[in-house]
Design a protein around this ligand. Structure first.
Ligand code: COA
Length: 190
């Protein structure tokens, strides 16, 4: 699937299962507006992410998060549509700041609806896990997925995550219904 492989920290172009191409690159200054738009569209498209349209921050808020990448507090990799320049997928890891938790990184990921089901989510996940394996501070990866998000849970299991537990009715959807969160983790340390 990879058309052109540069080195791990450089952008690369990936050809997806339907023939479209995306540019994969790490977050960079100036991305705040693009991240804001990506989250706005993703948040309105699915009940399975925590970000509700009303929770979306400003482009400036996301710009300030991008700046944390340089401070080694946050990893963020985006897939860019080469035709429009829009972010169509993102995979991030947040690094815990407290000393006793600083070996763990928390995953967040999403792909915009028009780009789902053609391998982008799996590709980004594999690449991001590979990048975490080269980070000497990180030994554990973790995430939560909403009960019923079977595509996502299957993707995580195929990547090596295992179910570690469940938070009962920890999510309340806007319609008032409750949903469990499934806790998943993966040990990548020695
Ligand atoms: C979950 C998500 C990140 C997966 O990304 P993706 O690019 O669609 O994933 P892939 O194309 O790599 O496919 C992953 C698996 O899900 C399946 N899948 C994904 N979208 C699908 C769809 N719309 N219909 C049917 N199957 C789908 C694929 O068939 C694949 O399974 P396989 O490996 O057995 O073939 C993406 O669908 C998404 O952003 N969903 C909404 C937000 C979300 O749920 N984020 C995760 C929160 S924990």
């Amino acid at each position: 699937m990879v058309l052109k492989m540069v080195d791990a920290m450089n952008p690369e172009t990936v050809k997806l299962k339907d023939g479209r191409e995306v540019l994969i690159r790490n977050a960079q200054p100036g991305d705040g507006r693009l991240v804001h738009e990506y989250l706005r569209v993703l948040g309105a498209s699915t009940p399975y992410i925590l970000t509700f349209p009303g929770d979306i921050g400003t482009p400036e808020h996301y710009e300030s998060r991008v700046s944390k990448v340089d401070e080694d507090m946050f990893y963020s990799m985006s897939a860019i549509d080469l035709d429009t320049g829009r972010i169509v997928g993102n995979t991030s890891f947040s690094f815990a700041q407290r000393v006793k938790l600083s070996h763990a990184a928390g995953l967040g990921t999403g792909v915009l609806p028009d780009w789902q089901g053609i391998g982008l989510g799996s590709w980004m996940l594999k690449r991001a896990i590979g990048d975490m394996r080269t980070n000497p501070k990180i030994h554990r990866l973790e995430l939560t997925v909403m009960d019923g998000n079977d595509h996502a849970q299957g993707m995580y299991e195929r990547a090596g995550f295992v179910v570690e537990g469940r938070k009962l009715k920890s999510i309340r959807q806007p319609d008032g219904s409750f949903r469990d969160e499934i806790l998943m983790g993966m040990w990548i340390g020695d």
